[in-house]
Design a protein around this ligand. Structure first.
Ligand code: UDX
Length: 447
């Protein structure tokens, strides 16, 4: 069935994407793309009140709402709506009266899934998928870089539980699968408190592996392409040991994830814990914190605000970008497969950062022109200092994922960017991006 959404996306072979996921390894992860879209819009579905409101509730006649509804056609009954009052900078939240339909699974098929970091960018998309599929989901998050608003649309659902908890402390729960994602992932965030980053990687993983050992749950850790450091082998296969500066600015994350992998395989060898290791390459998509400092969100936000795009260094360093739904497909597939070796999950489409800045600028201009917006000037590309130890090139060798998981990315970088830009442009219209981030993430100096 074709998608009802006006956002039409084609995969790498030109086929329209109407659903994501697949039935593999005895686990069916397929859901319609429209159902997911309605969810990633929901947490930011805020309309701005007008000054002629009656009893504090009447809204600007429908223009803004219609804009939102076009993304959620057929699913708007499940949207909550909050109202922003610019005159006194306040917001009136509403809760959902009705949740979107989730699958009814037989008890033998229904998994009890723990997602640490489930209120983060990747975690919240995984939670949406698992919830729609009918599983029992518990989210642990300390809201250090994650935000309640990313999963608030599930709060109150009988299959869902949200727990504020820092994984550096032990946690007990009965579960079948653990997706251990908790850790700041953007370089400015993980370098903000490097001791905490190492502590989260080491102690958080130790605690979650202890839980997996006790409950016999299958354990998947989100590792990273950063375990390869500034690689001397290109593209990077899983058996490459990497090139990491152990005392540099990035070491808290790179070495943290390396020791987390070491612990994971220690528990496998010593205690027979059933483990999965996903090495995630650069990922982007809706719900990325617009101000988390990573290149995709930086460029999109800068271009939408009419600011110049900041390329660090001379822009010749490369990255390969995957869209969030491909990553979630890969993670679910890995969790349910028999592959216990590390697996790269990423998209092989490699860009220099300079080329990428031009691509983002072009896509933002296209989205603006389709919406009838005419910026007063063309944004420029400007150059800033390259951060220390910034990897010069990065591209995944995904042969293992193709062979073992029969997984490969479906979204082109352009398709994913067009969808993300449309959604961010929409949010920007409804309320200023400055406010948008305030209802999202606030970095705290937790220890
Ligand atoms: O505004 C910006 C931001 C970033 N950049 C550059 O763009 C490249 C990508 O930077 P990002 O911060 O998005 O991501 P990095 O590749 O450095 O790190 C990422 O690696 C993989 C994941 O595990 C993590 O999400 C993150 O650590 C870097 O070369 C960076 O210097 C810019 O040129 N301008």
């Amino acid at each position: 069935m074709p998608s009802t959404s006006p956002v039409k996306v084609l995969d790498k072979s030109g086929q329209e994407i109407v659903s994501v996921g697949f039935d593999r390894f005895g686990f069916n992860s397929e859901v319609p793309i429209d159902a997911l879209r309605s969810l990633y819009l929901r947490s930011h579905y805020v309309v701005t009140s007008t000054s002629d409101k009656v009893d504090g509730d009447s809204l600007d006649p429908d223009a803004e709402e219609q804009q939102h509804a076009k993304f959620t056609k057929g699913l708007s009954a499940y949207q909550s709506k909050s109202i922003f009052y610019p005159e006194d900078n306040s917001i009136s939240y509403t809760t959902l009266a009705r949740f979107p339909p989730v699958k009814l699974l037989a008890p033998s098929q229904r998994k009890r899934v723990l997602v640490t970091g489930g209120a983060g960018f990747v975690g919240s998309h995984l939670v949406d998928r698992l919830m729609l599929l009918g599983h029992d989901v518990t989210v642990l998050d300390n809201f250090f870089t994650g935000s309640r608003t990313t999963v608030s649309h599930w709060v109150g659902h009988p299959n869902f539980e949200l727990v504020r908890h820092d994984v550096v402390e032990p946690f007990m729960i009965e579960c079948d699968q653990i997706y251990h994602l908790a850790c700041p992932a953007s370089p400015p965030h993980y370098q903000f408190n490097p001791v905490k980053t190492v502590k989260t990687s080491f102690m958080g993983t130790l605690n979650m592996l202890g839980l997996a050992k006790r409950t016999k749950a299958r354990f998947l850790i989100s590792s990273t392409s950063e375990v390869y450091g500034d690689p001397e082998v290109h593209p990077q296969p899983e058996d490459y040991w990497g090139h990491v500066n152990p005392i540099g600015d990035r070491a808290c994350y790179d070495e943290g994830k390396r020791v987390a992998e070491t612990l994971t395989y220690g528990y496998q060898r010593q205690d027979g814990v059933d483990v999965r290791v996903a090495r995630i390459f650069n990922t982007y998509g809706p719900r990325m914190n617009p101000y988390d400092g990573r290149v995709v969100s930086n460029f999109i936000v800068q271009a939408l605000k009419g600011e110049d795009l900041t390329v660090y260094g001379d822009g010749t360093q490369t990255r390969s970008f995957q869209y969030i739904h491909d990553l979630i497909d890969g993670l679910i597939c890995l969790m349910n497969s028999d592959e216990s070796r590390p697996v790269n999950i990423g998209n092989g489409d490699e860009f220099t950062i300079g080329e990428f800045a031009e691509l983002v600028r072009e896509i933002v201009e296209k989205v603006q022109s389709e919406a009838g917006d005419r910026p007063s000037r063309r944004v420029q590309i400007i150059y800033k200092t390259l951060p220390n130890d910034d990897p010069q090139k990065r591209r995944p060798d995904t042969s293992r994922a193709k062979e073992s998981l029969k997984w490969q990315p479906r979204w082109t970088v352009r398709m994913g960017l067009e969808e993300m830009v449309s959604i961010l442009a929409q949010s920007q219209k409804v309320l200023s991006l400055t406010f948008y981030v305030r209802i999202g993430t606030v970095i705290t100096g937790c220890r």
